[in-house]
Write a new protein. Structure first.
Length: 493
């Protein structure tokens, strides 16, 4: 059924047109009357006798005056017709070009597939940042049950969004309509994750305000400051024992942690001064910024300590893995095709040479042993399986630490691969996590550091901006991010 608004528009337009035409006709009639009136008068009335006789020149003058009377009515008639026609044409043009309340608004063009894909990428990055920030913030409060539940729900939505995106990148679905719908699904899931967190942001603030957040942050800061020297010494020792390649994934982490702690020192001092002066908002901003910096310093130092332990564990596992791999290859040699065992034998021989030759990257050596056996279809149990789990756990932890502490520069592809690695079996998890770390490092190199000046470097602002603790919109680093989704994460300006 046609809408009454749409049906009413032609009638109103027709009514206006009729008025215009009526004006034109009325003007024309007036002109005709004006034209005919002198004629009617001259025909119906008898001529007045001339007193004392009228000369011929006087009669001619009268005829001339009579002709002049015809000119003005003709001009009026022409003017009335022109005005009527102009009004009619103008009305038609206005009706065709103007959007009226009764007519449908112009429909904007649909977003292109590239636009929808860019929106999906941006949604994934923002949702992942919100989840990571909220998870870090929850580490400073107790009893925020609703916020914890909201975080778990947001994590579920985000995981689903990453899974859809991963299939999209792999070409599933194949048809254009299905692919567009998949991207819409990614955006919708990310929006729901943000909505869940936004809904609990105010409640989280209430719980946070109820505790002594400043004292908690200062206590954790002091613990990290004392831990830094211990971690640095452990890293140096591992590098000497196992070689530079073994500790390469965490090179620079201790320095970055110190950088975060320098920033935390200044913000804790500001928060303490604000608290003493009764500036509640200033205290909140200072403490929240310090919390983010302290958390990331802990991630960096924890990553170093974890890698040192993994290198040691791998060193203990490599000899047993070599023996187990050789035993598996011996059992498979009769059934496998010759090239595969031959290649595996070469890999194992190379690893054995490294073990006897001096310092070597133990985690990478264990990785090569695992892959050599997996290439033959074995390695599903025993020491090889344990080695595969250690290697995958190491790659996942290293990638997650890097993305989390450099998230202002890391794009959707690296995050999606990392999410896929977390859902995969050990062999695939190792491969995907290493690729995610590689892409994340590429993103950071391309991003650069807009706060690389000497003053910013000395204050630690550049590191916390790169880590996503501050939004980086101003010279001092900009607003502090907080628990919540897109609508509430920047409430601490």
């Amino acid at each position: 059924m046609t809408s009454s608004l749409i049906r009413g528009r032609p009638r109103r337009a027709a009514g206006h047109i009729a008025v215009r035409v009526g004006h034109a006709v009325l003007g024309g009639v007036a002109g005709v009357v004006w034209l005919v009136l002198p004629v009617m008068t001259s025909v119906t009335q008898d001529p007045v006798p001339a007193a004392g006789g009228v000369t011929a020149s006087a009669a001619q003058a009268a005829d001339g005056a009579s002709a002049t009377d015809y000119v003005l009515p003709l001009v009026a008639l022409a003017a009335a017709g022109a005005l009527g026609g102009y009004g009619y044409v103008r009305r038609i043009r206005r009706t065709r070009s103007r959007t009226t309340p009764g007519s449908p608004s112009p429909v904007p063009p649909a977003p292109s597939p590239a636009d929808v894909e860019r929106q999906a990428r941006a949604s994934l990055v923002l949702a992942d940042d919100c989840v990571r920030t909220s998870r870090e913030a929850l580490g400073y409060v107790d009893g925020a049950t609703s916020a914890e539940q909201a975080l778990r729900a947001a994590e579920t939505e985000l995981a689903a969004a990453f899974a859809i995106w991963r299939r999209y990148e792999e070409g599933v679905p194949e048809d254009a309509a299905g692919r567009r719908q998949a991207l819409v699904g990614v955006v919708g899931r990310c929006a729901e994750a943000g909505r869940r967190l936004d809904a609990e942001a105010a409640g989280f603030d209430t719980v946070w305000d109820a505790g002594d957040a400043l004292a908690v942050a200062e206590g954790r800061f002091r613990q990290l400051a004392g831990w830094t020297g211990t971690v640095a010494a452990a890293l140096a020792g591992a590098g000497e024992r196992y070689g530079a390649a073994a500790v390469a994934p965490v090179v620079g982490y201790v320095e970055q942690a110190k950088d975060r702690l320098v920033f935390a020192t200044s913000r804790l001092n500001q928060a303490r001064q604000a608290a003493d002066s009764g500036d509640g908002e200033g205290r909140r901003r200072g403490v929240r910024a310090a919390e983010g910096a302290v958390t990331q310093a802990a991630v960096l130092l924890g990553g170093v300590e974890r890698l040192v332990e993994e290198v040691r564990a791998a060193a203990e596992l490599v000899p047993a893995a070599l023996t187990g791999a050789e035993a598996e290859l011996t059992g498979l040699r009769g059934a496998a095709s010759p090239p595969r065992p031959a290649h595996a034998d070469a890999v194992l021989a190379g690893v054995r040479g490294e073990v006897t030759g001096g310092p070597y990257d133990t985690v990478d050596a264990l990785r090569r042993i695992v892959r050599a056996v997996e290439g033959t279809g074995g390695g599903r149990s025993g020491v090889i399986a344990a080695g595969a789990e250690l290697v995958a756990r190491s790659a996942l932890g290293a990638a997650d630490d890097f993305v989390g502490t450099h998230r202002a520069a890391v794009g959707a592809e690296a995050r999606a691969l990392l999410a896929a690695a977390g859902r995969s079996a050990p062999a695939d998890a190792d491969r995907l996590a290493r690729k995610a770390r590689e892409l994340a490092e590429r993103d950071v190199r391309a991003h650069g550091n807009p706060f690389a000046g000497e003053a910013a470097h000395g204050s630690g602002v550049g590191g916390v901006v790169l880590g996503g603790v501050l939004l980086g919109e101003e010279g001092d680093g900009g607003p502090v991010v907080a628990f919540g989704g897109p609508e509430s994460r920047r409430r601490l300006g």
